[in-house]
Design a protein around this ligand. Structure first.
Ligand code: ADP
Length: 549
């Protein structure tokens, strides 16, 4: 079932050394003893030891090299006290743990750990929505709360609040915010909505950040700063602590929403389209992460590729022309976003959007109004269909893209951060398109426009049973990360197999950032038990082992 082909020219040297070191040190006696103690402390039903069915903790899209990312088992705590008990045992036995909230980090490794032998700390049972404050528009949640859960809560209580969800609604609200996930409402920069955390450190100490440190304060979810240094950022994409509670700002529901699309006729419109979009985003005329996708990306969400092409390699341009003729599609790019607020504000925004995009010849701009049924504003659940994502309604639409390559489709994401300018977008587009073609992979291009950056989202699809496609996909990703990195274009998130590679690229002043991260790691987690290797940050012992190999 698995393919052990190597990902092209990717030697990934640090990964191999660190994994070997863990395998050497992980004698099975020690691991069994640790699982025995975990079961005694938390109960048998909270522990999946070696020999259990651990398929939920494997990378569902495993590709060459992924066979290394195998946990020894998992533990599912129900409370902060049980998290502390797990940490005490992991420290005593020197066994690494890998924290996931719901483990739906698909395309980046799922719930699988960076180092083999680690115990997955699965937080899904800590799933309480602790508070939703309608007046002040925030929520306080535990790690196991999924987007669909928070949405149902808002709906059930008819709260006048909108959340923001990423393109798949089954994951953890907290886990996604910690990984800097994105959604499509004005609150779509999920990390930016974080206000206050509770964190269990490796030594078991429980810290509340910001105003949460002040006993009696009712402003934990209202003021991000607190007193002294802001520490919340230390726990984003990090292995310095286990976040057990997260405060998140929610959006007061608007009076209405307009869902907008702009179609651009020519491939070469990319540059002008992004320039206009970038300016509208900077001035916050467009208030949310707007998504520009190419025609193949759009088609892939609706039809199987085999309807037009089943040959080897990337779909040729002539076939894409045929697809467009077949479906009566005249455009090349589609942009989607919402406009929010009172009617006067929406209308004014739409007029500016129309005026500015209509400077691009052939651009077709449409706006569809979604209006409230009552007088208290537009509830998210009143926005139906594909526009729901613009109102933060969790959905599963993007799973459709996986059907593009049949039932056995895997995906890897190349998602670098690009400056928000047409010239930069076109440069990256042309480069990635050419490389994808060389590797025989279809190019589904998407640009998500933040306020001052673009997230270039390229979903690399491949058929998992096909060893050649699988290794081409991994080789393509490896090549793109290396080439783009040399040009200062870095990944915003990484699959387990590429965490070191991207970490190595952030090398200013002889890796000063990594050295600082390592200093923090060693101080806060001297036994190196928390998610070793996450984002390329390793504890002291494995750094020494690595240097010695
Ligand atoms: P999702 O299911 O929303 O994709 P995951 O549970 O897979 O989220 O978490 C994504 C990543 O975020 C994990 O791989 C882990 O590195 C980090 N993470 C998740 N939960 C926590 C937590 N409670 N504390 C610290 N880091 C976490």
């Amino acid at each position: 079932r698995r393919h052990h082909s190597s990902p092209g020219a990717a030697p990934l040297p640090r990964q191999d050394a660190a994994d070997k070191a863990y395998r050497r040190s992980g004698s099975s006696g020690r691991i069994d003893a640790a699982y025995g103690r975990l079961a005694a402390a938390l109960g048998d039903d909270a522990v999946l030891g070696p020999g259990s069915d651990l398929s939920a903790y494997e990378d569902p899209y495993a590709f060459g090299g992924s066979e290394d990312f195998r946990c020894s088992g998992a533990v599912l705590p129900r409370s902060v006290e049980e998290v502390q008990a797990v940490l005490a045992i992991a420290n005593q036995h020197g066994i690494p743990i890998w924290t996931v909230s719901t483990g739906r980090n698909l395309g980046y490794g799922g719930a699988a750990p960076r180092v083999s032998g680690a115990i997955v700390l699965d937080m899904q049972r800590m799933n309480r929505i602790l508070e939703v404050d309608e007046e002040h528009a925030y929520a306080l949640v535990e790690p196991g709360v999924r987007f669909v859960d928070l949405y149902e809560h808002l709906r059930e209580h008819r709260l006048k609040l909108w959340m923001s969800a990423p393109s798949l609604g089954w994951g953890s609200v907290l886990g996604n915010a910690l990984e800097r996930g994105i959604g499509y409402t004005p609150y779509g920069d999920h990390a930016a909505q974080i206000c206050g955390m509770e964190v269990v450190l490796a030594n078991g100490d429980v810290v509340r950040t910001g105003m949460g440190a002040l006993p009696g304060a009712n402003t934990w979810q209202m003021y991000k700063g607190g007193y002294g240094p802001s520490l919340d950022g230390l726990f984003l994409q990090s292995n310095l602590g286990i976040v057990t509670k997260l405060g998140l700002w929610l959006m007061p529901q608007p009076d209405g929403m307009m869902s907008c699309t702009v179609h651009f006729q020519r491939e070469s419109d990319l540059e002008a389209a992004i320039d206009v979009l970038a300016s509208l985003r900077r001035r916050e005329i467009i208030q949310s992460n707007a998504q520009l996708g190419n025609v193949l990306r759009d088609v892939a969400h609706r039809y199987p590729r085999s309807r037009w092409y089943d040959g080897p390699g990337a779909m040729p341009d002539e076939v894409l022309d045929e697809v467009r003729r077949d479906l009566g599609i005249g455009w090349w790019w589609i942009l989607r976003f919402g406009l929010y607020g009172d009617k006067e504000l929406r209308d004014a925004r739409f007029r500016i959007v129309q005026r500015e995009f209509s400077r691009i010849p052939g651009a077709e701009i449409t706006g569809h109004e979604h209006l409230a049924s009552g007088s208290d504003g537009l509830h998210a659940w009143e926005v139906e269909g594909p526009a729901g994502r613009l109102a933060g309604v969790p959905g599963f639409f993007s799973l459709n893209a996986l059907k593009f390559r049949g039932d056995d489709c895997g995906h890897l994401d190349f998602s670098p951060i690009v400056a928000s300018s047409g010239r930069e977008a076109a440069r990256v587009y042309n480069h990635v398109k050419a490389r994808a073609r060389e590797h025989g992979i279809d190019y589904l291009a998407g640009f998500t426009a933040g306020v001052r950056h673009l997230n270039h989202v390229f979903t690399i699809l491949y058929e998992k049973h096909d060893a050649k496609q699988t290794s081409s996909a991994a080789a393509l990703l490896d090549t793109l990360i290396r080439e783009m990195g040399r040009q200062g274009i870095g990944g915003y998130r990484a699959h387990l197999a590429f965490m070191d590679l991207i970490g190595d690229q952030f090398s200013f002043n002889e890796h000063a950032l990594r050295r600082l991260n390592e200093t923090l790691k060693d101080a806060l987690d001297p036994n190196g038990i928390l998610s070793p290797g996450k984002q390329g940050i390793w504890p002291a012992a494995s750094r020494k082992q690595r240097a010695g190999t």
